[in-house]
Design a protein. Sequence first.
Length: 764
Amino acid sequence: MVKLLKMRWLVRKSLAFLVFGLVVLILLLWLLIAAVPVFDEPESPVLYDRNGFLLSARIASDGQWRFPESNEVPEKFETCILAFEDQYFYWHPGINPVSFFRAIKTNIKAGEVRSGGSTITMQLMRLARKGSPRTYREKLIETILAFGAELKLSKQEILALYASHAPFGGNVVGLDAASWRYFGRSASDLSWAEAATLAVLPNAPALVHTSRNREVLRNKRDHLLKKIHLLGGLDSLELRLAIAEKLPEAPLSLPDEASHYLQYLSKQNAHWPAYSSLDRSMQRGAKAILERHQPLLTANMIRHAAIVVRHVKSGEMLVYQGNSAVDPNDDAIYNDMIQTPRSSGSILKPFLFAASIDEGKILPGSLVEDVPVWIGGFSPRNFDEKYVGALSVSEALRRSLNVPFVLMLRDFGEDKFLNLLRKIGFSTLTFDASHYGLSLILGGGEVTLFELTAVYRDFARALENDTLPFPISKGAVWITTNVLQTLNRPQTETGWHYFGSGLKMAWKTGTSYGFRDAWAVGFTPEYVIGVWVGNADGSGRPGLTGVSAAAPILFDMASSIIKPVQWFDRPDQQLTPLVVCKTTGFLAGPFCDQKDTIQATAQGKTSRVCPYHKPFQLDASGSFQIDASCGYQGEVQIRNLLVFPPQIGYFYGKNHPEYHNIPPMMPGCENSDEQPMAFLYPPPNAVIFRPVDFNGRSNPVVAEVAHHQSNIILYWHLDEAYLGETTGNDHRLSFSPTEGSHMLSVVDEAGNSISIHFSVVSKQ
């Protein structure tokens, strides 16, 4: 029986120990889990530059200035907070028994709670248990959790968490936010007086106010400084200087030097704090440049501008100035124009040029037509509404002429070019090619400054990086880059004359239809700079052009950051020598008397042979063409002449006095098979809308014809009725056709004739 009782006693004792052990185990597990403070309050979006400088910050969603947690506590603040709150922080296990029992004695003697005796670890746990009542039971829980936190975390981690979540008055939480709000600098740059001021605040955060409790705050700060002096942290001079410092006044505004980039990162669900690649110095420079140009722009009711700078090799964003901030009442300044799709204008022309070079459709110096054209109802015009007949494709790019590039796009293929643009990085071109048509190369599609600079960066990087899978060959990119580098820089524009001749930059401008968007992009082996200027609401203004509005900003930005560097190396392995006609730039044919050797892509071998040099039989004087029908018995000379079709020759001759029309056929000879004249206006099958004036009279139609021969007489007929004649070099005739379909015919004095059909519709 005794043995049985003894066995029961042992079982009960074992069960008691087991239960006790489980309770202790559960308590320890709870300590290890709950002892790590968790803060789930919303944080302020905070953006730093590449060197750790604060660029921009926003208030958290709960209305508090609460920076993300920091892992470090500056030495001065650590010295101050430990001297004020927890002098034995590095020696106690989460609770200081001496302070704890002294606080109990003080409270019992006073009959109320006057001292908490809390260590920083205990205060941290109280902050984590936000909203818990201030009771002895809660104090016990905080004490237990403090023990657990000391087991789980290092002293530095505990101190950093406390500094990040302590209240500093008003809606300011955490040391980093407090440093910027009260002193306008980071916590690591605080003076002793500033660090001491912040150290006394978590104990009584209501002390910071512009008009009350100032002396209480000063006394607490100065008392702390004197204590630190006694502890050996400050010498006498440092103490006097610290006490002499003024207290902070009203909270300061935080830096806001990259607000649009912070906004962009927020939309990308960035984690805060965000340490960006932006360069604060460059960012400030960009903002200053926009502010300097804005008065002139504003005078023309142009309110907004944006700048992007990227590093070519790394792709890092160095400047992101999303809008010019001049008028604080203009809500549109908050629009990020870097991410806003806008009409591209002519800024995409270099990619068509490079792709056409790459495929051998053009050579760098080959001539392209520049005459009035009508393509399926689309009639592109050059910006100045002038034409030169023909010019090298490189010069067409330099001058950004519209007609040559529309014809180039037609030859290259609209679908193929659109696919190329998407492949190199333009995501905003979402419609199919039929939607844009040939206007795609003139601004019919929208792009963003963000993607534009990214694509130009890849364009530049293709010359430096052999592994980059860029869809245009390095040779074509190099040819295009050198064309863009030789653009003229008008000396009259602001800042351009500061851009020394030793500095090279390839650049291009663009202007959208209706003067709504002005673009300028430039790149070197080191940087890509992009500029957009316009109005956020899309309203256009005369004078809002890439050259006049955006390019001066581009060159001011470039002159502030670009230093002389080695230019792109010529990719000799990607280029091949070709013999071309010196006058026309096409592959040299048998009738080109003057030849030249150029560097082109391998596909350039398949390019067009010169079509404009032809052999002619002339009489001894060179005044007339002859053939077997002439019965000419004199000396015959064979001469290779440059001959353009009438439309091209008409405009080309106006700009090139050295160009001569081919000699006429000798009298008595048969007419040449080549048509010597062509209509400049109206185009074939044109539908002409004739406005009616206030008196109900229709304005006349002015037809125009180009002829190879100068000083020749042309006879005009409308529907076989004689209209009149013209002579000289400019053949224009004004007439007033009725509504309906008509045929206009022209006959020259040699009997050559041309006809064209058109219709007239009156427009009220």
